[in-house]
Design a protein around this ligand. Structure first.
Ligand SMILES: [Zn+2]
Length: 246
């Protein structure tokens, strides 16, 4: 960060080793790997959460603990598998480790993200005033139409849809102002321009999905977009600071 510039926050980073079932098992992302890429991409802080896990309670807990105790310029999120949701345990770890948000991955954990199924988790996020980051895409379980219903049913919840790869998330954010978009997988700066044109810059968050994507390249999508300089700054960090109450 250069003095006078906004802080740069990557809203989507995985920490740990991918588990069985992940397409690229050779990729891993330890604390050092994240710190190295932060320097290369000129990122000040990264929102971190676990790698996709095999669906076992202990694996889930272990992966979250690795995230909560990682030392570095990180903002930890808790990965909740709704099948294992234990309200008290989540509240305890959020307070103990200053967790700032929830990550949900309906495709890996195998569920339809419906308002009924996620009710307790979303209500808790509202109570604690923390955002919930939803994976999107990869088939029906990740279809944005489900996330839309959740966001619509809980208008006070702050819902972030990950992956600006297709325009579906923009359509949802256009309808509902409690919906934010993370820019990971945006294939061209035009995607950023389209999103800003449709919903303004305030609900767009720079995210890379490291280690699956290169943050240097993902950040460039925003830097190269033909949008106002001020819009670039809020997307790269200003919006995340507000949303996370940093
Ligand atoms: Zn991801």
């Amino acid at each position: 960060m250069v003095v006078g510039e906004c802080m740069i926050i990557d809203f989507h980073t995985h920490l740990g080793k991918p588990k069985k079932g992940v397409k690229k098992p050779e990729i891993s992302s330890g604390v050092e790997d994240i710190i190295k890429i932060q320097k290369e991409a000129n990122i000040d802080k990264s929102v971190i959460f676990a790698m996709p896990q095999e669906p076992f309670l202990e694996k889930n807990k272990e992966a979250n603990m690795e995230v909560f105790t990682a030392m570095g310029p990180f903002i930890p999120f808790i990965w909740i598998n709704p099948y294992f949701f234990d309200k008290k345990e989540v509240i305890d770890s959020i307070k103990r480790f200053n967790v700032r948000g929830v990550k949900l991955h309906s495709v890996f954990d195998g569920y339809y993200p419906s308002p009924k199924f996620l009710k307790d988790i979303i209500e808790l996020s509202v109570k604690l005033n923390i955002p919930v980051l939803f994976h999107s895409l990869w088939g029906d379980l990740g279809d944005v139409k489900h996330i839309e219903k959740v966001a619509e049913s809980f208008p006070r919840a702050k819902i972030v849809i990950a992956h600006l790869k297709e325009s579906g998330c923009i359509d949802v954010a256009k309808k509902l102002d409690n919906v934010y978009i993370d820019t990971s997988y945006c294939p061209h700066p035009r995607g950023i321009e389209q999103a800003v044109k449709a919903i303004g810059a305030e609900r767009i968050l720079f995210g890379s999905d490291f280690p699956f994507n290169d943050p240097v390249v993902q950040k460039m999508m925003i830097e190269r977009a033909k949008i106002k300089e001020r819009d670039k700054q809020v997307i790269l960090g200003g919006n995340a600071i507000k949303l996370l109450n940093l």
